[in-house]
Design a protein around this ligand. Structure first.
Ligand SMILES: Nc1ncnc2c1ncn2[C@@H]1O[C@H](COP(=O)(O)OP(=O)(O)O)[C@@H](O)[C@H]1O
Ligand SMILES: [Mg+2]
Length: 367
């Protein structure tokens, strides 16, 4: 059990590449923290610095209360699980799981006890005699997790552990790892590029871009209060709609896009008053766009004319690609709503839920 504290950490590779910058992050004892961001944003580098596989260029890495900058990886009492499992192909699942303990000269009975325990937790007892090639992807991943569990580490580090699995197995393993965390009560730092994985698994999520943490928050706080346009667009699928335009003084305050206008409710208008006359980016999540012909729960909506470009049914819901003149919007509605491709119709933008972003700094000005 341990907290992990990254104090003003930086990592540069050679002169040119700064992979991680100004990293200040405290992962609490027993917390499930997810690092999420696009490929190349510095997630693995961050994890490898915690593991001791990379030196830090600047700053301090604490595990527990111990400054670990100069502590060898094997002495940090952490266990890491990788995307490619990194199992030894010539060893059985049992041997793979026990190997690290044997190297550390644990007594045979203790090794056996720990492997059996871990196998029971992961439901892989009957697979222990098999070699990796005789296991499915999901089973291999469980063995790799088992190998980490037997170490009884203070901290688990996961680097995109589910990326090699098919979609269904990913969803299943996601839940398994969450359950595992509840059961083991150990600090977990979990890296993924998949925002859905981050949202469903993390107690808190750190969103990274270009080596810099943008925001650290609980999943729904990120979703509802994104600090900038990047976080707003990265979290949520389909992505938040963004439309560039201007705030004008009409009926209080109104957003003027190229091809539509939408009045702001008073509370929202008060927050962005100082941007009157300025260019801003309007942001609205797809589920905050409603059809006009069914009762909808928003009093403060803006009605606009659109043409339906594409309809994507996904079962209970559908995604609608709409065009308002030159501006495009994606809506997410119940598939009971009747909308046909090519149809001209009206929709309602739930302006109460709108965000506005400063065009220069990209900061959310409605927080
Ligand atoms: N050993 C290395 N030498 C030089 N550049 C590296 C090295 N490892 C990573 N990088 C660079 O650092 C940045 C962050 O990489 P990484 O942490 O692997 O990103 P992520 O895991 O988020 O995809 C990338 O631009 C990558 O090319
Ligand atoms: Mg990576």
């Amino acid at each position: 059990m341990a907290r992990v504290w990254l104090d003003d950490v930086e990592k540069a590779f050679g002169k040119g590449v700064v992979a991680v910058k100004d990293l200040n992050l405290e992962i609490k004892d027993k917390e499930f923290m997810v690092l999420v961001g696009p490929s190349g944003c510095g997630k693995s580098t961050t994890l490898r610095m915690i593991a001791g596989l990379e030196d830090v260029t600047k700053g301090k890495v604490y595990i527990g209360d111990r400054l670990c900058n100069d502590v060898a990886p094997k002495d940090r009492n952490i266990a890491m699980v990788f995307q490619n499992y990194a199992l030894y192909p010539h060893m059985t699942a049992y041997q793979n799981m026990s190997f690290g303990l044997k190297l550390r000269k644990y007594p045979k009975e203790e090794v056996e006890k720990r492997v059996r325990e871990a196998a029971a937790i992961l439901g892989i007892e009957r697979l222990l005699a098999r070699k990796p090639k005789e296991l499915s992807g999901g089973e291999r991943q469980r063995v790799a997790v088992g190998r980490a569990i037997v170490r009884k580490p203070d901290v688990f580090l996961f680097d995109e552990p589910l990326s090699n699995l098919d979609a269904k197995m990913r969803v299943q393993m996601r839940a398994e790892i969450s359950r595992l965390h509840k059961r083991l009560q150990t600090t977990i730092i979990y890296v993924t590029h998949d925002q859905m994985e981050a949202m469903t698994m993390g107690e808190r999520i750190a969103v990274m871009k270009d080596g810099i943490i943008q925001q650290v928050d609980a999943p729904l706080d990120l979703y509802h209060h994104p600090i900038n346009r990047f976080v707003a667009g990265f979290i949520g699928s389909p992505s938040m709609n963004f439309v560039k335009g201007k705030l004008i003084g009409e009926d209080g305050l109104t957003f003027q896009a190229k091809s539509f206008k939408a009045g702001l409710p008073r509370l929202l208008a008060q927050k962005v008053e100082s941007f009157l006359g300025k260019k801003v980016t309007f942001g609205l999540r797809p589920e905050e766009i409603y059809p006009v012909d069914i009762p909808y729960p928003i009093e403060e909506g803006a009605r606009i004319k659109v043409k339906v470009d594409v309809v994507e049914p996904i079962g209970n819901e559908m995604f609608l690609y709409l065009r308002a003149g030159e501006d495009q919007l994606v809506a997410r509605m119940s598939s009971d709503v009747k909308m046909r491709v090519g149809e001209e119709t009206e929709i309602i933008l739930a302006m109460r839920k709108a965000h506005f972003f400063d065009c220069q700094s990209e900061k959310n000005i409605t927080l």
